[in-house]
Design a protein around this ligand. Structure first.
Ligand SMILES: [Zn+2]
Length: 131
């Protein structure tokens, strides 16, 4: 059987996980739990005797898992920061034309339906036939 492809997360799903990550990495109790786990694995690792390779590996993979979780959350949270900045910039630029995406003070693009509708209305007001 062919492996089922996992659908890509929607932009909304991504936003939710970014926001969740942002909240988690600001949560002192969550962060101190991660710190405690890391310290516990490091202590375990350091306490092994030379011949206890397996114990060291267990501690190593535990530490790695905790650090992977931390890194993933930090990546998600910084994506949220980037997204917020982009939204802020968009907001400062003002509204955009829903048809062609032109911003305030910008020329409407070719084939813009809003521009065409405005021209038609203008022509109707001035009595000119529509082009
Ligand atoms: Zn337009």
């Amino acid at each position: 059987m062919a492996p089922r492809k996992k659908p890509l997360p929607s932009s909304e799903d991504r936003l939710i996980s970014q926001r969740t990550a942002q909240r988690l990495i600001r949560e002192p109790e969550f962060i101190s739990s991660l710190d405690e786990l890391e310290n516990a694995y490091l202590t375990q690792w350091a306490a092994t005797r030379p011949q206890e390779q397996e114990k060291r590996e267990v501690a190593y993979y535990g530490l790695k898992a905790v650090r992977d979780v931390r890194a993933r959350l930090e990546r998600l949270a910084s994506a949220a920061v980037v997204r917020d900045k982009q939204e802020q910039i968009e907001h400062e630029r003002g509204p955009k034309c829903p048809s062609c995406g032109a911003g305030v003070g910008e020329q409407h693009g070719e084939g813009c339906s809003i521009l065409a509708a405005n021209l038609a209305r203008l022509n109707a007001m001035t009595g000119k036939p529509n082009a």
